[in-house]
Design a binder for this molecule. Structure first.
Ligand code: GDP
Ligand code: CA
Length: 420
């Protein structure tokens, strides 16, 4: 089976983008202490809160479904802490069951068992459970996506947990970006500190990507007004720049071809790949040129000119990057899987050159690494406009909590942060 993030991209093409820009006001100081993992605002407490309460978030991603069970502890009347997260994931994502939606229900039931173990029996009926689906379901025909969501809802209703209104839905890319930013800035203590110092976030999923950061005034001024998303959290109004792209299916008839050749693949590489109901023959270009320069040109075609480049990114170095940025850096040997680490944008490009210029060495074990790492290099440099020297913090977890929009989503549930 073909496993490549960028291959999917090349078939679907960039991109349905939405840029958003928001303004940040330091509002009322956050009277919160930072626990080991962070704190929730007092408003986040459900009525009749006991010392400990929980929230369950399902992330129905394009490549997998994940459950996050959060345990919050009420340390004193005002300051609940995020005590721990229980996390589990399964592959493939729900969109793989578009023609057998009942299997989606089974996936969810299976993961709900994790929640039953993590949440004490007496807490079940007041513990909310929500599911947010991302690019995989956004790309399905609406009827097929709805059939999957209906099955999820049935599984939720059968469960002993509390199913709020609108518990199961497809989330838009802007919410995905904002909620991931909320998660990372909460886990790193930035939201609790009474300063404007925050970190930006970069998420690269199986079929979409988000960049979110607190912009400088110049960026705010120069961006079109409709690129603004605003939300309220902890008595503060935030306005962030957030830009989300979901790969979209092209109707271009050239994509109906069943052969896909790429200079990012070894000349000897051949594999069948099923996507969108068709089976494609994926291969290197038998008598064509391969290597980094050619591969980069291919990636430029889908990245260049499509993504807005805020000038301030050129001297920025406070971005956390996760999901495929992390996975590909691990695969490329740039970071250790358990510890994560810092990389410069140029580290991706140096490694991309090494891998792409020795494709035969990677043919058996990592045939798509050249394509994936070149894609990331191109997205960062020619897509967003980052400089070679920009440092990214690659993180899968902060204080043992997944860097995912899921924590931001449970904040949104408890606090109603009203992203608009
Ligand atoms: N460890 C971990 N990895 C994640 C999480 N969410 C996404 N990922 C990674 O991100 C990759 C693709 O993201 P996915 O959510 O499936 O695609 P999307 O629907 O386009 O956002 C996956 O293969 C995972 O490696 C998470 O909560 N925890
Ligand atoms: Ca995701």
């Amino acid at each position: 089976m073909v496993k490549s993030r960028s291959l999917h991209l090349l078939f679907t093409g960039w991109c349905h983008c939405r840029y958003s820009l928001s303004v940040f006001n330091v509002g009322i100081g956050l009277d919160l202490s930072v626990g080991v993992e962070g704190v929730l605002p007092s408003l986040a407490r459900p009525a009749n809160a006991s010392r400990i309460f929980h929230g369950i978030v399902f992330d129905a991603g394009s490549t997998g479904t994940r459950i996050h069970v959060y345990t919050f502890i009420q340390k004193d009347p005002e300051l609940p802490l995020l005590e721990k997260e229980t996390f589990q994931s399964v592959k493939p994502g729900l969109s793989a069951y578009a023609d057998t939606p009942e299997t989606a229900g089974e996936t969810v039931r299976q993961l709900l068992r994790v929640a039953k173990k993590a949440v004490p029996h007496v807490e079940w009926e007041r513990t909310p459970v929500v599911l947010r689906a991302t690019a995989g379901l956004r790309l399905l025909p609406p009827k097929k996506a709805q059939a999957l969501l209906d099955e999820v809802e049935v599984a939720f209703e059968e469960s002993p947990f509390f199913v709020p209104d609108n518990s199961v839905h497809i989330m838009n890319g802007t919410d995905e970006g904002i909620l991931a930013w909320v998660t990372v800035n909460f886990l790193t203590g930035q939201l609790q500190a009474k300063t404007k110092k925050t970190v930006g976030t970069l998420d690269l999923g199986g079929a979409s990507t988000q960049i979110t950061f607190l912009p400088k005034f110049k960026t705010i001024e120069s961006a079109p007004p409709d690129h603004i998303a605003r939300f309220d959290l902890l008595s503060t109004t935030y306005e962030l720049y957030t830009h989300s792209c979901t790969d979209t299916h092209q109707t271009d008839s050239s994509l109906e071809r069943k052969v896909f050749e790429s200079s990012c693949l070894s000349r000897k590489f051949r594999e069948d790949w099923s996507f969108g109901g068709l089976t494609y023959k994926i291969s290197g270009i038998p008598d064509g040129s391969t290597g980094f320069t050619e591969c980069y040109k291919e990636m430029l075609k889908v990245v260049k000119g499509v993504i807005h480049q805020p000038p301030e990114l050129q001297d920025s170095n406070t971005f956390y990057a996760f999901s495929y940025y992390f996975d590909i850096a691990v695969e490329a040997g740039l970071i250790d899987e358990r510890r994560g680490g810092m990389v410069k944008v140029q580290d991706y490009s140096i490694r991309a050159k090494e891998v792409c210029n020795k494709l035969s060495m990677y043919l058996a074990t990592k045939p798509f690494l050249c394509m994936d790492i070149t894609y990331i290099t191109c997205l960062l440099k020619d897509g967003f406009g980052f400089k070679d020297e920009t440092i990214l913090k690659l993180t899968q977890k902060v204080n043992n909590v997944e860097t995912s929009w899921a924590l931001g989503a449970i904040f949104d549930y408890f606090q109603n942060i009203k992203i608009h």
